[in-house]
Design a protein around this ligand. Structure first.
Ligand SMILES: Cc1ncc(COP(=O)(O)O)c(C=O)c1O
Length: 424
C-alpha cells in the first residue's frame, strides 16, 4: 500500500507536471474587447457592451429582462427592494448558503428565517419552508448550491398557495436547467454573481433576471441612483405603485452600476459557458460513477428534473465510519495533498457563521427589541446544515471538472488511496 502524501509519500498527482485547468479563462478576445472599450472612451453608464451583455444573458437564461449590478450581493438587495420587502416582513432562506443571501435581507430591514436543507442535495428543504411560513412571510429565496438545484416544483407550489415571491439565488448556477427552464427564469427574479470564482466572471459583477416588466423597470432604476430608465425598454411603467417619488421620476437608491470593462469581459466569458458547462457535466457524471464504488463516499443526488447541470463546486458526502473514523477535515487535508488543489468544507451554517453577525451593528440594525431578537441567527436550529458542514462536506472548485477523464481518474485514485490506507 503506498504511503499517503500527507505523511510524506508520493502524491497521486504531480501538479508541477500536470497542473489543473486554470481559472479564470481568457484569451485574445478579452484583450481585444478591453482595448476596444479603453479606446472608445465609453467606460460606463449603459454603454454598448452592457446593453449587448444584457441581451445575450437574457437569451441565454431565457428571460425577457436582465439588469446588471456591481456584484451578486447588491443584486439580492435590489431584488428584495424591488419586491417591496422591508420592515415587518419575513423571508425564508436555507441555512446553508453564503452570508450575502441572509445579510441582504437584514439590509432591507426584513427578517431572515433560516430553515434546514436536504441532506443529499444541500439545497433548501421544501418541507421546512412550509413549517416556517407565518402571516408575515413575503418571499422564499432558494439557493441552487454548489452543484445542486433546489426543488423548484415544490417551491413554486408553496409560493402559489401562500402568495409568496420567489427570488432564486443563482450565484452558483449559471446555465443550470430545471425541467428545461434555466435557473433564474423560474422564480420572480433571479440573482447572479460574476465574482472571480463564478462560471462567468469579470472579477466582480452581478445580474438580475426577470420576465416581469414592472420589476425590471424598478431594478433598473434601483441600480442607477433611482433614475427612471432611459428610453422605453420596459413595456409598462410603475407610476402610482409607490416606487417612484410623487412626480413619478425618481426613487431613493444608490450607484450599483457595472463598467463597460466588466461587460466586455462578461460577453467573452458567456460565449464559452455552454461548452464549459457541458465539459463539467460530462466529467462530473464520470467522476461520480468512479466514486460510487468507494465505500463512505456518497455522490450528491442529481434530481432527474435537472435537465442541465452547471457545477460551481464538485462536492460529495463523506462518511468517516468507512474511513476508520478519520475526521472529514483530515480527509480533506489528505485529499488536498494527493491532488494538489484546494479541498474545502461547505459554507458555515448561518446560525453559527463567522461572517453573518448582524448583532455587531446595533446602531444600524437595532430598530426595536423585537427586531433585534428576530434577527439573532442563533435562534434557528439547523441540524442537517450542521452535520453537512461539520461531518460530511467535501467541495472542490469547478475548474477540476474542466480537464480530461484522466484528471478525474486522479481524483478517484486519490480517494481510493486514502480509503485503502484507513480501512480497518
Ligand atoms: C450563494 C451566493 N449568493 C450570493 C453571493 C454574493 O455574490 P458576490 O460575491 O458577487 O457579492 C455569493 C458569492 O459567493 C454566493 O455564493
Amino acid at each position: 500500500m503506498s504511503e499517503l502524501a500527507i505523511d510524506g509519500g508520493k502524491p497521486v498527482r504531480d501538479v508541477k507536471k500536470h497542473p489543473w485547468p486554470a481559472w479564470p479563462v481568457w484569451d485574445k478576445n478579452e484583450e481585444i474587447a478591453l482595448l476596444e472599450v479603453l479606446n472608445s472612451g465609453v467606460w460606463s453608464y449603459n454603454g454598448p457592451k452592457e446593453v449587448e451583455f444584457n441581451r445575450m444573458f437574457a437569451d441565454f437564461t431565457g428571460v425577457k429582462y436582465v439588469v446588471c449590478a456591481s456584484n451578486g450581493t447588491v443584486t439580492l438587495q435590489l431584488a428584495l427592494e424591488a419586491l417591496g420587502i422591508g420592515y415587518g416582513d419575513e423571508v425564508i432562506l436555507p441555512g446553508l448558503t453564503w452570508q450575502a443571501t441572509a445579510a441582504t435581507i437584514i439590509d432591507v430591514n426584513a427578517t431572515p428565517v433560516l430553515v434546514d436543507v436536504c441532506e443529499d442535495t444541500w439545497c433548501i428543504d421544501p418541507k421546512e419552508i412550509e413549517k416556517a411560513i407565518t402571516s408575515k412571510t413575503k418571499a422564499i429565496i432558494p439557493v441552487h448550491l454548489y452543484g445542486g438545484f433546489a426543488d423548484m416544483d415544490a417551491i413554486l407550489n408553496i409560493a402559489k398557495r401562500y402568495n409568496l415571491f420567489v427570488l432564486e439565488d443563482c450565484a452558483h448556477k449559471h446555465g443550470g436547467e430545471w425541467n428545461g427552464k434555466k435557473a433564474g427564469s423560474i422564480g420572480d427574479i433571479g440573482s447572479f454573481s460574476f465574482q472571480l470564482s463564478k462560471h462567468i466572471t469579470a472579477g466582480e459583477g452581478g445580474a438580475l433576471t426577470t420576465n416581469n416588466p414592472v420589476l425590471a423597470e424598478k431594478l433598473d432604476a434601483l441600480r442607477n441612483c433611482g433614475r427612471r430608465p432611459e428610453g422605453d425598454d420596459y413595456s409598462t411603467s410603475d407610476k402610482g405603485a409607490g416606487v417612484y417619488s410623487d412626480d413619478g421620476n425618481f426613487i431613493q437608491s444608490g450607484n450599483y452600476r457595472i463598467t463597460e470593462f466588466q461587460a466586455a469581459v462578461l460577453i467573452e466569458g458567456l460565449k464559452r459557458l455552454p461548452e464549459q458547462n457541458q465539459t463539467r457535466d460530462e466529467n462530473g457524471i464520470y467522476l461520480n460513477s468512479l466514486l460510487s464504488d468507494i465505500p463512505g463516499v456518497l455522490p450528491m443526488r442529481r434530481d432527474e428534473r435537472e435537465t442541465k447541470e452547471a457545477y460551481f463546486n464538485f462536492s460529495f458526502r463523506y462518511k468517516k465510519e468507512e474511513f476508520k473514523g478519520l475526521p472529514v477535515e483530515k480527509f480533506r487535508q489528505a485529499l488536498e495533498s494527493e491532488i494538489g488543489i484546494g479541498v474545502d468544507s461547505s459554507y458555515e451554517p448561518l446560525n453559527n457563521c463567522s461572517l453573518y453577525v448582524p448583532h455587531t451593528k446595533p446602531s444600524r440594525h437595532k430598530l426595536s427589541e423585537k427586531y433585534w431578537k428576530d434577527i439573532d441567527p442563533a435562534r434557528f436550529d439547523l441540524p442537517v446544515c450542521k452535520k453537512i458542514h461539520e461531518e460530511e462536506s467535501v467541495c472542490i472548485h469547478h475548474k477540476v471538472l474542466m480537464g480530461t477523464k484522466e484528471d478525474m481518474d486522479d481524483i478517484a485514485k486519490a480517494i481510493r488511496k486514502i480509503y485503502d490506507n484507513t480501512k480497518a
